[in-house]
Design a protein around this ligand. Structure first.
Ligand SMILES: [Zn+2]
Length: 110
C-alpha cells in the first residue's frame, strides 16, 4: 500500500478513555471499535481521514504498538476542522499535554 504525506497545522489537545473526557457512555472503545487504551488520535474526518497515520511531535507513550506513527482512529464532538485530540492512558497524562499548536505529518493511502 502506498502512502502520501502532507504537513498540517493543527491545535492539539489531549484526552483519555475516562468518563470526564468521553462522557458517561465511555466504553473503552474508539468510534472505529479500537481499544481506547491504545495510542491514537481523534480527528475531523473531513480534514484527516480515519485510518491515516500521523507523526505527532512530542507524543511518545513509550509503548507505541505501531512504531513512530499514530493511527487516526476516533472522532470527537469538539474536534472540528484543524483540531486533533491526542489519546493517553490516563487523565493526568492527557491534562499534561495541554493545548498546543503543532505541525503534524499525515500519511494517507494514495
Ligand atoms: Zn480523561
Amino acid at each position: 500500500m502506498e502512502y502520501e504525506s502532507r504537513l498540517v497545522q493543527v491545535v492539539s489537545t489531549g484526552y483519555c478513555p475516562c468518563s470526564i473526557c468521553c462522557g458517561k457512555d465511555a466504553d473503552g472503545k474508539t468510534c472505529t471499535g479500537r481499544d481506547a487504551y491504545l495510542e491514537g488520535v481523534a480527528v475531523d474526518p473531513s480534514i484527516i481521514a480515519l485510518g491515516s497515520r500521523i507523526d505527532i511531535p512530542g507524543y511518545n507513550r513509550g509503548s507505541n504498538s505501531n512504531g513512530s506513527w499514530i493511527l487516526a482512529d476516533d472522532v470527537g464532538g469538539a474536534i472540528k476542522g484543524h483540531r486533533i485530540d491526542v489519546r493517553f492512558k490516563t487523565h493526568g497524562e492527557a491534562k499534561k499535554w495541554g493545548k498546543k499548536k503543532i505541525k503534524i505529518r499525515v500519511w494517507t493511502k494514495k
